[in-house]
Design a protein around this ligand. Sequence first.
Ligand code: AMP
Length: 401
Amino acid sequence: MTTTVLKLAKVQDMQLKDKAVLMRVDYNVPIKEGVIKDDTRMRETLRTLKLLLDNNCKVVLMAHMGRPKGKVDPKYTLAPVAPALEKLAGVKVHFAPDCVGPEAEKVVKAAKNGEIVLLENLRYHPEEEKNDEAFAKQLAAHGEFFVQEAFGAVHRAHASTSAVTKFLPGAIGLLVQKELEYLDKAMSNPARPFVAIIGGAKVSDKLPVLYSLIEKVDTLIIGGGMAYTFLAAQNTNIGKSLLEADKVEEAKQIILKAFKNNVELLLPADHIVVKEINPEAAKEVTQSMAIGDEWIGVDIGPRTELLFADKVKAAKTVFWNGPVGIFEMPPFSSGSVALANAMAEATRAGATTILGGGDTLSVLKTAKVPGERMSHCSTGGGASLEFVEGKALPGLVALSK
Ligand code: AMP
């Protein structure tokens, strides 16, 4: 069953007064030397937290941080998140130094209704990623009701997203509802023209989403490193640009499918090229979509920028995942920045603009375009791609049972 047709209970429809609520959140925020660099994911959960706290619930939060591979590793502690959350939520936040076991139980027990407990990184235990039932049962013992509010984790079948639902009744939180609403509307009933921009480095990661989008969109824009495999599929010279040689055939199939479906497929028409990937390298603009033998394409060129931006500005629905250049290096960020600005203009003109993926969100920062200027910035890059692919998201399937 795809996620769009699942019947899911909603947190606001539940009787949760005075209950202990176990909530899965995605607080996998960037932290440097103990300081949270971007708290968007935390702020996005505040509406559901407020709803629960207004109902005098005790809220026990489960989250993961990075990839500690099933072992305790202080590098991946959630400890700095607790005081930051206390400031944001305006209530006491207790931090439990483990997510299960006597220490966690003690902290949960000591917390009062109207307060929050943040459990330490779930992924310190290998059982989390194994969707282990005994571990999920221990987690479930912290509450009487489960709320799924971690959109960034619902595409994984883990103990805190899947097995836990066997032991507690559950519902989706307000953030997950918002994510599903925007993505579902775009995929099932988009205002047209519907334009999708898919960028980034790896064709192989994005093939399923391209196959899915080609059935839905009016215009498919392919940019970034992956565009070169598509250009190679059309026998265009790409010099030393990124190429996934074993994906050229599939790129040809996508081009053919676009033609059959009457989908406009746009590839970069010119490029910023360098001889080595280095922000100091001398850069040139190509005359056409072909690239000389010694050169590497690192961003879309100025003509392509205008072409892509015009398409975005004329659209009524836009979905964007993946930068169209090596935007982390300022000299090669121009194309991605231009697209971020075009998206903001499209929003202002009444289009629904949806953006997903960590890199794409970082492009907004580089472009100094606030997230509020998009209709929706998805907090889950992987989950939003899998939704668009038409896959059922395991964390939601489990909750629907
Ligand atoms: P992905 O994780 O597949 O979405 O790829 C994101 C990465 O793609 C970013 O780190 C970009 O630097 C990279 N990228 C974008 N354009 C290019 C390009 N022309 N060549 C190589 N890498 C690129």
